[in-house]
Design a protein around this ligand. Structure first.
Ligand code: ATP
Ligand code: MG
Length: 437
């Protein structure tokens, strides 16, 4: 039995009650049929945008895209996107239709939608499913509505939406859709980075991300050409049973679905191909690769328009992923303070995933990581000093001791390092005398 948010139904009933054919459509119908609670609601209606505004005047309405027929009706805090049934013209820019025309025919509106499972509608007359969405939903298939080459050519974001949906729902791509998708991946270059970024991060953080990325490496490489040389790169090293790309994706599968960890796992070894050397015994090595990975990733991630915290944390994890762990208070204190507690624990997660994706997951190293994590938790509970905020001296004290400009920050960081490692007590007198030196 399908169940809907009564706040969305209130909008549907308002338009339907005024005599306009009105339905719930797209993702909310798909998710409901899968018994997943919809996270947003779209309504399609024969009413024109001005009529929607008029009929819903006692709701708060936002004129989201009047020309394209969209009004957002806020129904008790739930934003419901109401779009007039429409047909689309040609897509000369591979991004947006040149023009849209309104129609009274629901099937025409469903025909412009991307995938069969997204082209179903539900209204008072029941389910409308002219393109076999239910069949594909039961078979776990992503299939384009109509000719896949044409549909991907129209809107270059659709291939990535298809992969994201496959990863989220753990669906496969129907054969013809998959083949066309591979042909159209390069056209992603027509799409704005903001839209690519939003879809790709959702793909990465989906339950079946690793399966989809292993099946369609060209999508990851299109977005991050830096990954290109990792695909099929033989590591020639007994510790590694996978090529660099496969190893990275296997590591990705082992970290929780959070942007920082998934991005770090994906990119942590991009520096391996340029760092590769072979010794006399014919064994491959990658000395210094984390630094190269971080440099390449900085360029790659810069394009994704991530927020600053996500970007910095991801780059820190990549740069430090090979840091040898020591289960001592000194080591744990140093890295808790240098990385911050969140990144410290994320680093342990990434290192664990990295080793699980190798030929011989080192049991001894896992033991050491567990000890370091336990120690970190104890030290955090002890409320020891790990941040400049907790330090018993501050910038004013450093200035009073005669330091100026960048010297101040450097001196405080150095004191914090020593305190966090247990070399100095976090006591004002001791720190002041050290500052004066
Ligand atoms: P989710 O909300 O989980 O991201 P969704 O399928 O609902 O998935 P929306 O972006 O909310 O995605 O879009 C709502 C509906 O609009 C889709 O189900 C689909 O019918 C249609 N749609 C969205 N983007 C496109 C597109 N690029 N091409 C064709 N139809 C699209
Ligand atoms: Mg949606």
């Amino acid at each position: 039995m399908l169940s809907w948010d009564p706040r969305a139904l209130a909008v549907l009933e308002r338009l339907h009650g005024a005599g306009f054919h009105t339905v719930l459509v797209g993702g909310c119908v798909r998710d409901s049929l899968l018994s997943i609670p919809p996270h947003d609601y779209d309504i399609a209606t024969a009413a024109r945008p001005e009529q929607v505004l008029e009929l819903c005047r006692d709701f708060r309405c936002v004129e989201t895209g009047l020309r394209h027929g969209t009004v957002t009706v806020i129904s008790q805090d739930l934003p419901v996107e109401v779009t007039t049934f429409r047909k689309e013209g040609d897509y000369t820019d591979h991004r947006r239709p040149d023009k849209v025309t309104f129609t009274d025919d629901l099937t025409e509106d469903l025909a412009r939608r991307d995938f069969t499972i997204n082209a179903m509608a539900w209204g008072t007359e029941g389910l409308s499913d002219p393109f076999g969405g239910q069949r594909d939903l039961s078979a776990g298939l992503i299939r384009c509505v109509g000719d896949p080459d044409r549909r991907f050519d129209e809107d270059a974001l659709r291939p990535l939406r298809g992969l994201r949906l496959a990863a989220q729902l753990d669906f496969s791509l129907e054969e013809g859709t998959a083949a066309a998708l591979r042909r159209h991946i390069p056209q992603l270059s027509y799409v704005a980075w903001e839209r690519i970024s939003a879809e790709f991060v959702r793909l990465l953080c989906s339950s079946a991300a690793s399966r989809v990325l292993l099946e369609f490496p060209q999508a990851a490489v299109q977005i991050f050409p830096e990954l290109g040389p990792t695909v099929g790169f033989d590591q020639r090293n007994p510790h590694h049973c996978y090529d660099v790309y496969t190893h990275s994706i296997k590591a990705l599968a082992q970290v929780p679905p959070q942007p920082v960890l998934r991005l770090a796992a994906l990119l942590h070894d991009v520096g391996k191909p340029p760092a590769f050397t072979l010794d006399e015994a014919g064994v491959g090595h990658f000395y210094g690769h984390p630094k190269i990975s971080a440099l390449l990733s900085e360029k790659a991630l810069g394009r994704l328009r991530l927020d600053k915290v996500t970007l910095e944390r991801t780059l820190t994890l990549i740069a430090r992923h090979d840091l040898p762990v020591e289960p001592t208070r000194r080591w744990v204190g140093r890295w808790l303070s240098r990385l911050g507690a969140d990144t410290f624990f994320d680093l342990m997660i990434l290192k664990r995933a990295d080793s699980l994706a190798c030929a011989m997951p080192g049991g001894e190293r896992e033991q050491i990581r567990r000890q370091a994590e336990a120690l970190a938790r104890t030290m955090l509970e002890e409320k020891a000093c790990f941040t400049l905020k907790d330090l018993a001296v501050n910038g004013h004290d450093a200035m009073a001791a005669g330091l100026r400009g960048p010297e101040i920050g450097a001196a405080l960081r150095s004191l914090l390092d020593q305190v966090a490692q247990g070399e100095l007590p976090n006591e004002r007198e001791a720190l002041l005398s050290r500052l004066k030196k």
